[in-house]
Design a protein around this ligand. Structure first.
Ligand SMILES: Cc1cc2nc3c(=O)[nH]c(=O)nc-3n(C[C@H](O)[C@H](O)[C@H](O)COP(=O)(O)OP(=O)(O)OC[C@H]3O[C@@H](n4cnc5c(N)ncnc54)[C@H](O)[C@@H]3O)c2cc1C
Length: 382
């Protein structure tokens, strides 16, 4: 599948391990988990045993320190069979462990990374609020310093894994006089008094992933749980999203690959007018376009991941990979349903789930419009 890219033996082994695990352990239950809205807790536990929940964490904290390219290789395989499991793994690694690794004090790293690496703690990321989505710097959830603590009040929205996570990286307003520079990041444990999981969203796709509010009511967070310095939270959030966007681009590649695989199988079996539908040029061209888009998007996410591993600026490349891959995946999902005809509209075939799951990749971790703003800014400034 990836022979066009120069992968090391270790990278191929990670990819192969993820592929076999995805096919044997996740694929058989993905449709049922989606139908029942069941969070795949047991699968996440097995992913932890494989070391897939600590892929960015340094070895001294118990992680495998394999890096972003290996993470992408594993994530594609997981997302190919279940995007709900894929986003849980992506958020945990890219959005929860990554800012702790990069911006956590020794205390924060020692306290949380070993347990995040083993999967004992599951991580989530809370930036968005009901009135602060694309304009995340306008967030209002307030943290007021009180001795060795910050007292937090307000509600975060749309938290992936919200109902299941043990720990959240949360962006809070510490200075109402400032905009982006009035925001700070904190690591918050789920059991902290004053923190509760709010409304659980009922979604079009990713139905086996929980998306919830987090409600803070006079919740006291230790000041030592701050990431970086006071006022750096928005920068930390954006630097974190550079990695997250590579993960979502990868999710899109995985979903699109699943669409292609299902479409090829169906086109080789389904007969109309006395021929396999794959013998019609209209179907052949759809397959050719899907395969071409997937190959291009895969190269873009690999490259962005490599740049991140090399600590080279990659904001633009991550945004491009996410933008291109997510739009490509939505076209692929649309064509996969089309190739299946009426069958594609039924829950009996997995392309119906792929179609619903693909949609979110153009929305979260920055909409396609926001990615275009980020990319154009790299050329035009502003
Ligand atoms: C399933 C799901 C999971 C999520 N998980 C998380 C999570 O774990 N953590 C988290 O913090 N957030 C999460 N989010 C939130 C997500 O990142 C936001 O929904 C997203 O950033 C868009 O914000 P919004 O929904 O408020 O839309 P809005 O910002 O209100 O945008 C509405 C429309 O206006 C467009 N628009 C807005 N501003 C501009 C502009 N300047 N120029 C052009 N167009 C513009 C947008 O592109 C969009 O088309 C999740 C969302 C969903 C649906």
């Amino acid at each position: 599948m990836s022979s066009f890219f120069d992968l090391s033996d270790e990278e191929r082994m990670i990819q192969q391990t993820a592929r076999e695990f995805a096919d044997s352990e996740i694929a058989p239950v993905a449709g049922q988990n989606d139908a029942e809205g069941r969070f795949p807790k047991d699968i996440i536990a097995k992913l932890s045993e494989l070391g897939f929940m600590g892929m960015l964490i340094p070895e001294k904290y118990g992680g495998s320190a394999l890096g972003n390219l290996c993470l992408v290789l594993a994530l594609e395989e997981i997302n190919r069979v279940c995007a709900s499991t894929g986003v849980t793994m992506s958020v945990h690694n890219s959005l929860a462990t990554s800012p702790i690794i990069k911006f956590g004090s020794d205390y924060v790293k020692e306290t949380y990374l070993p347990r995040l690496a083993t999967g004992e703690l599951l991580g989530a990321y809370a930036l968005s609020e009901a009135e602060a989505g694309s304009d995340a710097a306008s967030l209002k959830c307030r943290a007021v310093k009180d001795g060795d603590n910050f007292v937090v009040n307000g509600t975060k929205s749309w938290v992936t894994t919200g109902a299941n996570a043990d720990l959240y990286v949360v962006m809070l307003r510490t200075d109402p006089e400032q905009r982006a520079s009035g925001i700070s990041s904190f690591v918050v444990e789920r059991d902290t008094p004053g923190l509760s999981v709010g409304k659980k969203e009922d979604k079009l796709g990713l139905r086996a992933s929980s998306t919830t509010e987090l409600v803070f009511e006079d919740c006291r967070i230790p000041a030592k749980n701050m990431l970086g310095e006071e006022g750096q939270g928005f920068k930390i959030a954006m630097a974190t999203l550079d990695g997250g966007r590579i993960g979502i681009g990868t999710q899109a590649v995985g979903i699109a690959q699943a669409c292609l695989d299902a479409s090829v199988s169906y086109a080789k079996e389904r007969e109309q007018f006395g021929k396999k539908i794959g013998e019609f040029q209209a179907i052949q061209w759809k397959i050719a376009d899907m395969a071409t888009g997937i190959n291009a998007a895969r190269l873009m996410v690999y490259r962005a991941a490599r740049l991140r591993d090399e600590d080279v600026p990659h904001t633009k490349e991550a945004a491009m990979a996410k933008l291109f891959a997510s739009e490509m995946a939505n076209r692929a999902a649309r064509e996969a349903v089309q190739i299946h005809g009426g069958a594609g509209y039924l829950k009996d075939f997995p392309v119906e789930r792929y179609y619903r799951d693909a949609r979110i990749t153009e929305i979260y971790e920055g909409t396609s419009e926001v990615q275009r703003i980020v990319i154009s800014r790299a050329y035009l400034g502003g």
